[in-house]
Ligand binder design. Structure first.
Ligand code: HEC
Length: 169
């Protein structure tokens, strides 16, 4: 029994010391340009999914119309979301290009969140995403404004000419 316990203790110590030496020796690059570590994306996604919980059940209480979408554009501009996430007809900033993880370009087809449950998008912009650069907007935007921005990015593929024009002002 004593030998078994000693074995467990030595194994744990080996993991701790091994982990320390790996990180200390530069095994975990903190450069944004470095490729993701093995399992980094899997672990980050798992933790994010667990944090979001059942927010997917939340439904946007606002009617889908241009006035909510236009208010969404206002909030999007006011909080400089486009600085990281872009906007229709806008050139991507160097800061956005240099970040890790890369901020999804919410008005470009391949990055749109139009298929995500609105409750999840609302959760992300309310609480932010740790270690990613995505801020929490619970204090900066009212509940209504967060639903308006959610509506905007959730319908990024269906913006009317009036909403499109509002980005340019
Ligand atoms: C400083 C840069 C920055 C700003 C400003 C910012 N974000 Fe983000 N955002 C990020 C990053 C980086 C991610 C990706 C996080 C990840 O990969 O887990 C992200 C993720 C998101 C996502 C989830 C996208 C997806 O594919 O799941 C949404 C939605 C979002 N942001 C909306 C917004 C809105 C709306 C604003 C403004 C109110 C905003 N963000 C402001 C950097 C930013």
């Amino acid at each position: 029994m004593r030998g078994f316990i000693l074995g467990v203790v030595i194994t744990i110590l080996m993991f701790v010391v091994g982990g320390y030496l790996f990180v200390h020796g530069g095994g975990v690059s903190m450069a944004t340009a470095a490729p993701p570590l093995p399992l980094e994306k899997t672990v980050a996604k798992m933790a994010l999914r667990a944090s979001i919980g059942n927010a997917a059940d939340l439904k946007d209480p606002l009617p889908f119309d241009d006035s909510s979408m236009l208010a969404g554009v206002n909030a999007y501009k006011q909080q400089h979301c486009s600085f990281c996430h872009g906007a229709p007809g806008q050139v991507r900033t160097a800061i956005s290009k240099g970040m890790f993880p890369s901020p999804p370009q919410l008005f470009e087809k391949e990055d749109m969140v139009t298929d995500d449950p609105e409750g999840v998008t609302y959760w992300k912009l309310t609480h932010g995403i740790r270690l990613s650069g995505m801020p929490a907007f619970a204090d900066a935007l009212s509940d209504t404004q967060r639903w308006q921005v959610t509506m905007l990015v959730a319908h990024a593929d269906k913006i009317s000419p009036a909403v499109q024009a509002a980005f340019g002002q």
